[in-house]
Design a protein around this ligand. Structure first.
Ligand SMILES: NC(=O)c1ccc[n+]([C@@H]2O[C@H](COP(=O)([O-])OP(=O)(O)OC[C@H]3O[C@@H](n4cnc5c(N)ncnc54)[C@H](OP(=O)(O)O)[C@@H]3O)[C@@H](O)[C@H]2O)c1
Length: 316
């Protein structure tokens, strides 16, 4: 397939690009500030996703079979401070990419979305569970989902995304109120023999269904190959707490679990907005349509260890 991916310079996007290149597809990704390496195995086009003409020109000229819209304005303070900019960057960017893909070049379309469209009381939500976002990010993602679905596209909700950022050599990998980068931040601390406090509190995301970013990319490509429409859940098979995932990480990476402790979050990392508590997902529709079975969380973390060893080296 010819695959056009927005935001390949980001964490999730760089893994979708890798999955597509490794799968033998012809790939073009957009860059906004990202500078690709000179030997990149994919094409790059400078695109501002909030500019409909830019987006259309790039998709028209590449003429893809599949468009995956992954780029995001990832700035919570700006999101709340400038509602119009946020609407443009989330909802209108989804409209630009969906229209250019589906109406423009008759490509399949996948919008990358999130488990944070749920309110945190809907644990085990499947693809048909009605969402109920409780913060602006979830609201913008849900509005974007509606645009993608009504245009005839697919929504791929990723959750608890772990793995390596494949486009930038050094990125901040700190624990936050979600599950993203959680495993990498534990591995980084414990392999440097530093203690790690696993946050536990009622007002952070405490339960989720972790995924591996690279496998999320593979699932999105499978959606494209099957011309999938509707909602898909890109995650593993198991709902876990932060404590479960921390202990599993120590086990899989052979790290000293005595360096873990458990306590309240760093107040500086808290948001002035509510955060869903239990965003665990299930995957019945995804498994049925794609003919797959969700991967156990241990297998995902083992695969991450292989990826980590290949890129960073074995943790000490
Ligand atoms: N990370 C997670 O844990 C997580 C969890 C659930 C869902 N998601 C979803 O995954 C997707 C990607 O998230 P991420 O964490 O990978 O984000 P990220 O690392 O911050 O990457 C964001 C990407 O968006 C691009 N971008 C920003 N503004 C742009 C603009 N105006 N025009 C074009 N591109 C622009 C950036 O391009 P440059 O690099 O070129 O600047 C970057 O590649 C999002 O849809 C998000 O909702 C992520």
């Amino acid at each position: 397939m010819r695959v056009w991916i927005s935001g390949g310079g980001g964490f999730v996007g760089s893994n979708i690009v890798r999955a597509a290149v490794d799968g033998g597809h012809d790939v073009l990704t957009t860059a906004h500030t990202f500078v690709p390496p000179p030997d990149a195995a994919y094409a790059v086009s400078k695109v501002d996703m909030t500019n409909g003409a830019d987006v259309r020109a790039s998709i028209d000229s590449f003429d893809p079979d599949l468009v995956v819209h992954c780029a995001i304005m990832n700035d919570w303070d700006r999101m709340y401070a400038d509602r119009q900019a946020s609407w443009n960057a989330y909802v209108n960017a989804t409209r630009h990419t969906a229209q250019a893909a589906i109406e423009g070049v008759d490509a399949s379309y996948v919008l990358v979305s999130t488990d944070w469209v749920f309110d945190g009381t809907q644990g085990g939500a499947d693809e048909l569970t009605p969402p109920n976002p409780i913060n602006l990010y979830g609201t913008l993602k849900l509005a974007s989902e509606m645009v993608a679905l009504e245009a005839g596209g697919a929504v791929a909700r990723v959750s608890g995304v772990n793995g390596q950022h494949l486009a930038r050599p050094s990125t901040p990998r700190a624990q936050d109120r979600g599950f993203g980068y959680f495993v990498a931040s534990i591995v980084d601390s414990l392999s440097a023999n530093e203690p790690f406090t696993v946050w536990e509190a009622d007002d952070i995301n405490m339960v989720a269904t972790p995924s591996l970013a690279l496998e999320c990319g593979e699932i999105m490509l499978a959606i494209g190959e099957k011309h999938g429409t509707g909602v898909f859940h890109c995650c593993g098979a198991d709902a876990v707490t932060r404590r479960d995932l921390a202990e599993l990480t120590c086990d899989v990476f052979d790290l000293d679990a005595d360096l873990l402790d458990f306590g309240p979050p760093d107040p500086a990392s808290m948001l002035a907005a509510p955060v869903p508590y239990d965003t665990s997902l299930t995957t019945p529709r995804t498994d049925r349509i794609l003919g797959r079975t969700a991967t156990p969380v241990r297998t995902l973390i083992e695969r991450f260890r292989e990826q980590y060893a290949a890129q960073v080296g074995e943790p000490s």
